[in-house]
Design a protein. Structure first.
Lengths: 374, 120
C-alpha cells in the first residue's frame, strides 16, 4: 500500500539513470517508548535495576519545547504490525528505501541519545546504549544490508564509550559513532580517548541533537539560556554545532587526531559560509593561542567535517544557489530525516543541486566520508 | 638618498620609536645590536603598526603544545594582532598576504640613517 501511495505521489525518483542515494540521517525507533523494547538486551541485573524504578522514562519531551502541532514525528509511517512510527524494518524498507529510492540508510537512533546525554545516570547510560545498540544491530542491520548503523555511546562515561567501540566498532553494519551533545563540547580532553579510537577504527563521530538540549541539565545548553518555545529552541540548535566545531578545532583535537572525521546532522548548513569566514578571520588574529591549528580553520572543516542537507533551506532558487555557492557542495551529504515532520523526500530536492554536483551530494560525499559503506 | 633620521640614543631596544622622514612615518628599533626600520603602516588594514608590540611567537606544531620562537623578531599589529616577521616582513603562519615595508638602517657618527629608496 505504501509503495502505491508513494508512486501515486511521484515521490520515487525516476529517469533513465536512477539517482543513487545514501540517506545520512534517518531515525528508526523501537516499537515502544522508553526502555520496554530493549530490556531483553540487558543483563538481568540491569533489567531489575530499571524494573525497580516506577517512573522509568517513556517520553522526555518537555511541554515547553514540544512541537506545537504535535507532529515532531510523522504519524503516518506506522507498520500494519503496529508500534511507533519507523519501528518496523520491513515497513521502513518498503516506505523509505524502496519508496523513496534510498540505497543505503544511516540509522541514527536518538532514543538512546537523549537517555545517555542527560536523562539517565552514568551507569544506566552505559547499559542503555549497549542494549539499544544490540537491538538495532540484530533487528535491523542484520536483516537488511541497506541499513547501516550509527551506534550510540554514552558521553557520561568515556571509558565505557571506548569499550562500546571496541565491542561493535568492527561490525560491518556500523558506519559511525553517535555522540549526543552535552554541556561539554566534543573537543574537550574528556572526549579524547573516544576521538582516538574513532580515528583508529575509521569511524566518523556523528553529532545530532537528541531532544534534551536546553531542557535537562547535562544536555547541551542554549547560548542565551533556556528557550521559551519550540521555535526559539529550534532556532538555537545550530549554535550547538557551531560550538562543537569551534571546540574540535581550537582545542587541538583535530590536530591530535589527524584522521578524525566529524559529521553534524540536522543542524542546518547555510550558516556555514559566514561561520567559517568568522573563524578564519579570528584565527589570523589570534593564531598564537592555538598554534597547533596550522591552517585556517575552514580548511580543516572542509577536509574532515561534513553536514547533512536536511532541513534544506526554503527561499527562492536564487537564494539557495547563493547559499550553496558560499558553503560549497563538497561539505554536504543528503539526508531525509525520515520519519520526522520536516523530512526531505529526495525527489523534491534533486533539482536544487547542479547536475554535476548531484551525484556527490546524494551519494559520493557520504561514500567517501563513511568509508565503510561500499 | 640616505637620510639621518635620529640620534643613536633616541632608538630604543626591542620597541619602535617613530620618526617622520620626507612625510613618511618610519619606526626604528634596535635589538641585540641590529637596527630595524619599518614603515609605520600595516599592509593589512593600514594601522600604525610600529606602535605594536615586539615579541616572539608560537611555532605551528603537530602536537598540542606551545613552542616559543623568534624572540624580539616579531612585530604585532596593535589593531588585529597580525604578526609580521622582522626578518622577512611577511605575515607569520597564516594565509595573510602583504609584507612590511622595511628599509636598510645604519648607524654612524652618533646618528641613525635610513635609505627610503631601498627596500629590504
Amino acid at each position: 500500500v505504501a509503495t502505491d501511495v508513494v508512486a501515486e505521489r511521484g515521490l520515487k525518483p525516476a529517469g533513465k539513470v536512477r539517482q543513487r542515494i545514501i540517506d545520512t540521517d534517518m531515525h528508526p525507533h523501537c516499537p515502544e517508548y522508553g526502555l520496554a523494547s530493549v530490556v531483553e538486551y540487558m543483563t538481568e541485573d540491569w533489567r531489575e535495576h530499571f524494573n525497580a524504578k516506577p517512573n522509568a522514562p517513556t517520553d522526555v519531551r518537555s511541554l515547553r519545547l514540544v512541537h506545537p502541532a504535535g507532529v515532531g514525528i510523522r504519524t503516518d509511517p506506522i507498520s500494519p504490525k503496529g508500534g511507533r512510527p519507523s519501528s518496523d524494518p520491513e515497513f521502513v524498507a518498503e516506505d523509505l528505501l524502496d519508496g523513496w529510492g534510498v540505497d543505503i540508510a544511516l540509522m541514527n537512533m536518538i532514543d538512546a541519545g537523549y537517555l545517555a546525554a542527560a536523562v539517565a545516570q552514568p551507569g544506566e547510560s552505559v547499559a542503555i546504549c549497549e542494549a539499544f545498540n544490540r537491538y538495532f544491530i540484530e533487528r535491523w542491520v542484520e536483516t537488511d544490508s541497506r541499513y547501516r548503523y550509527i551506534f550510540c555511546v554514552t558521553p557520561q562515561d568515556i571509558e565505557a564509550a571506548v569499550e562500546e567501540v571496541k565491542r561493535i566498532g568492527k561490525h560491518p553494519g556500523v558506519a559511525g559513532i553517535l555522540v549526543p551533545p552535552t554541556d561539554m563540547a566534543l573537543g574537550r580532553r574528556w572526549f579524547w580517548p573516544l576521538l582516538r579510537i574513532a580515528e583508529e577504527y575509521d569511524l566518523p563521530i556523528y553529532s545530532h541533537f537528541s531532544g534534551v538540549e536546553m531542557v535537562y541539565q547535562g544536555g547541551a545548553v542554549g547560548v542565551v539560556g533556556t528557550p521559551e518555545s519550540y521555535l526559539e529552541k529550534r532556532a538555537m540548535l545550530p549554535g550547538i554545532a557551531q560550538g562543537n566545531i569551534a571546540s574540535l578545532l581550537f582545542s587541538g583535537a583535530m590536530t591530535k587526531f589527524p584522521g578524525l572525521k566529524v559529521c553534524f546532522a540536522e543542524y542546518g548548513w547555510a550558516w556555514l559560509g559566514p561561520f567559517l569566514s568568522l573563524m578564519d578571520d579570528h584565527w589570523r588574529s589570534a593564531r598564537i593561542e592555538t598554534p597547533w591549528l596550522k591552517t585556517p580553520p575552514s580548511e580543516v572543516v572542509r577536509a574532515r567535517m561534513r553536514f547533512s542537507t536536511q532541513p534544506m533551506p526554503g527561499g527562492s532558487k536564487e537564494q539557495l544557489k547563493q547559499m550553496l555557492d558560499l558553503v560549497g557542495t563538497d561539505l554536504l551529504m543528503f539526508a531525509t530525516d525520515y520519519p520526522h515532520f520536516d523530512n526531505d523526500p529526495p525527489v523534491l530536492h534533486f533539482s536544487e543541486f547542479e547536475e554535476s554536483k548531484r551525484d556527490d551530494v546524494f551519494f559520493h560525499n557520504a561514500e567517501r566520508f563513511f568509508t565503510r559503506l561500499i | 638618498l640616505e637620510a639621518r633620521v635620529a640620534n643613536s640614543e633616541e632608538i630604543p631596544e626591542n620597541r619602535f620609536a617613530i620618526f617622520k622622514v620626507d612625510g613618511v612615518e618610519i619606526g626604528i628599533m634596535r635589538s641585540e645590536g641590529e637596527l630595524f626600520a619599518v614603515r609605520n603602516i600595516c599592509p593589512h588594514a593600514l594601522a600604525p603598526i610600529c606602535r605594536g608590540r615586539v615579541r616572539g611567537t608560537m611555532l605551528p606544531t603537530d602536537t598540542v603544545e606551545y613552542h616559543f620562537v623568534m624572540r624580539n623578531r616579531v612585530l604585532v599589529c596593535p589593531w588585529h594582532g597580525y604578526e609580521y616577521s622582522l626578518e622577512s616582513g611577511h605575515c607569520l603562519f597564516t594565509d595573510v598576504k602583504g609584507r612590511l615595508r622595511m628599509y636598510p638602517a645604519t648607524e654612524r657618527d652618533g646618528g641613525v640613517y635610513v635609505d627610503l629608496a631601498v627596500r629590504v
